[in-house]
Design a protein around this ligand. Structure first.
Ligand code: DGY
Length: 313
């Protein structure tokens, strides 16, 4: 029997074309006629789709959830494991795009691009002045990378090129970090030393709220926080207070909690705060490769084979 899979309507159809030869594809769970829910064996999910016991109960034959993301905090892994449902993700293919965006945010914050561009656009650029829009030079400053996985490492490589010193905090030692001249330090030491703190840990119960009021207070005065990981790692109320008090020079957030952040959220108006709409992996080639990998995981799962990239086997 041809396996029935469900894909999200948000993914362009031609990115998922590899499914067509081997599966019956329905676009959107809502489009699956109720009697056919029990036939669905594969689900391609996005990070915006919570996958938990409620959804799983509607899909009794499900064999695989393939998340088109490296992060998988939207999926309740234990609930999947308890049902022997394999879970896949898309690591590797978005490393460079996300590291590039991290550097873009770091540079934009360091050089106040958002403020300078809107001043130029809105008539506040009167003349060149020696002390206009002064930012921070990167060479010789310290970047603290929280979580030295693939993306954290790729950010370190880029930062090296800008003459930054690198330290990292991680649960384990990374010998390869020597190539970056990077030193492993305790989280508190990183906060105290770094001029820029960049977050690259997954969202888990341990990392949720990791950048809380206490952590922000331990950061070097005038430091800049970059978050391209997950919004809930940062206590946004505490961040708002730190920015308003001028404790931090700035923050650049690709991710927030919730997403989207309502346009009237006070963080949008906080001094030095730059917010972009979760675009870390948003290059055309990257998103296509994520879709390709998600299809490979999905096809393996529906055929009962090991997933090329499994979070739950
Ligand atoms: C991911 O894959 O987890 C990223 O957040 C998408 O940009």
């Amino acid at each position: 029997m041809t396996p029935l899979v469900v894909v999200p309507p948000e993914v362009p159809g031609d990115w998922l074309a590899s499914l067509d030869a081997e599966c019956e594809v329905i676009v959107g769970l809502d489009a699956v006629p109720a009697p056919r829910l029990s036939e669905v064996v594969g689900l391609l999910s996005l990070l915006t789709m919570p996958v938990g016991p409620g959804l799983l109960a509607r899909l009794p034959a499900l064999r695989v959830v393939s998340n088109m993301a490296v992060g998988h905090d939207n999926i309740e892994l234990e609930a999947c494991a308890a049902r022997n449902i394999a879970v896949g993700n898309t690591p590797g293919v978005l490393t460079d795009a996300t590291a590039d965006l991290t550097m873009a945010l770091l540079l934009a914050s360091a050089r106040r691009l958002d403020e300078a561009a809107s001043d130029a656009r809105e008539g506040r650029w009167h003349t060149w002045t020696p002390d206009g829009w002064l930012g921070v030079s990167l060479r010789g400053t310290t970047l603290g990378i929280v979580g030295l996985g693939k993306i954290g490492y790729a950010v370190g490589e880029r930062a090296r090129g800008f003459g930054m010193q690198i330290c990292y905090a991680s649960r384990s030692d990374h010998p390869e970090a020597e190539e970056l001249g990077a030193r492993r330090v305790a989280f508190d030491e990183l906060l105290a030393r770094a001029d820029f703190v960049s977050l690259h840990v997954p969202l888990t119960p341990e990392t949720q709220g990791m950048i809380n009021r206490d952590a922000l207070a331990r950061m070097k005065p005038g430091a800049i926080l970059i978050n391209t990981a997950r919004g809930s790692i940062v206590d946004q109320d505490a961040l708002l207070d730190a920015l308003r008090a001028g404790r931090l020079r700035g923050a650049a957030l690709d991710v927030t909690s919730p997403e989207p952040l309502p346009p009237d959220h006070p963080l949008f108006a906080a001094p030095g705060c730059l917010i972009v709409p979760h675009i870390g992996s948003a290059t055309e080639s990257t998103r296509r490769r994520m879709a390709e990998l998600a299809c490979m995981n999905l096809l393996a799962g529906v055929h009962g084979q090991p997933l090329p990239h499994a979070v739950v086997r």
